[in-house]
Design a protein around this ligand. Structure first.
Ligand code: PAF
Length: 288
């Protein structure tokens, strides 16, 4: 596996991978099996797999966890070596985010909703760095986890809106045996919080089942599904950031008549840790 730590090194390695297809898996490191699944998916798509590791300061707010975000580069390199990645890129912050940089990517209106409402500037930071990585690698394919569903939507939209020559695909969320979505931030949870965290995906799934058995037909029924879920999460000790039923085509809140497919998207705090997750609801509307 090649290891590049500068633009010059990256440029010197890339020609060896051509003319084969190149797949890029952008990450912030502290790698786990969720990232491993993205590398496996890249391999299964054919061609070479490159992984970038960079804790992007542009996507953290001033009061967020940039300083304590886990950084485990040596372990990550070992992990990727075992996974069979072909190239890893660990740029320095100074090179990838020049001090005098002023041009950024505007994520548009959807960037201000849900996670973007609680984390102003977050998606601008994500898209800016992802666009840079796309320029640096020129990948044919880029893979992102579906846990960050809004991020995936916005990156796919950026690729379409700006005619970027890259196919952006999502890969299903990898979960612990008790249902908790894998995340580098799970390591912030103490034992009691970790035990409780399983209730987050559990309640999303029960809401999904309830919807699929009896799809809501009125705005009152839709509101009651949302408030029931928020109530259950609050009673279990989560502080609800948002719960939203989202139309996957527009990423706006789903409205009546509801589409057949809806994404239940949510973010909660457990102690100081912010968890996000989502489930896809597929309702058979012909029965209603
Ligand atoms: O999902 C992440 O790890 C980050 O948001 C990304 C896409 C690597 C951009 O910094």
């Amino acid at each position: 596996m090649r290891i590049a730590r500068s633009f010059a090194e990256l440029r010197s390695f890339l020609p060896a991978f051509r003319p084969h297809p190149l797949c890029l898996v952008p990450t912030m490191g502290a790698l786990h099996e969720g990232h491993g699944a993205l590398v496996d998916r890249g391999r299964s798509e054919g061609g070479f797999v490159a992984v970038s590791i960079f804790v992007n300061p542009l996507q953290f707010g001033p009061t967020e966890d940039l300083g304590r975000y886990p950084r485990t580069p040596e372990k990550d390199i070992e992990f990727l070596e075992k996974k069979g990645a072909d190239l890893v890129f660990l740029p320095s912050p100074e090179e990838i985010v020049p001090r005098d940089a002023t041009i950024t990517v505007n994520p548009g209106p959807v960037g201000a909703l849900y996670c973007g409402a609680s984390r102003p500037g977050h998606f601008e930071g994500v898209l800016t760095i992802v666009l840079k990585l796309f320029h640096l690698f020129g990948p044919d394919l880029a893979i992102f986890g579906e846990k960050d569903r809004q991020q995936l939507f916005l990156i796919q939209k950026m690729a379409r809106d700006l005619a970027l020559p890259v196919r952006v695909i999502g890969h299903p969320t990898i979960r612990e045996s008790d249902g908790l979505a894998l995340s580098s931030r799970n390591r912030y949870l103490n034992t009691e919080e970790r035990r409780r965290a399983t209730l987050f995906p559990h309640h999303l799934t029960t809401t999904k089942r309830r919807w699929e058995e009896t799809p809501p037909l009125t705005s009152e029924e839709l509101d009651s599904l949302r408030t029931d879920l928020e109530g259950k999460l609050s009673r279990e000790g989560f502080v609800v950031d948002y719960v939203a039923f989202v139309d996957p085509d527009t990423f706006r809140e789903a409205t009546l008549p509801l589409p057949r497919r809806v994404i239940l998207l949510a973010a909660v705090f457990l102690g100081k840790t912010r968890l996000i997750d989502n489930v896809v609801i597929e309702a058979d509307l012909s029965r209603v």
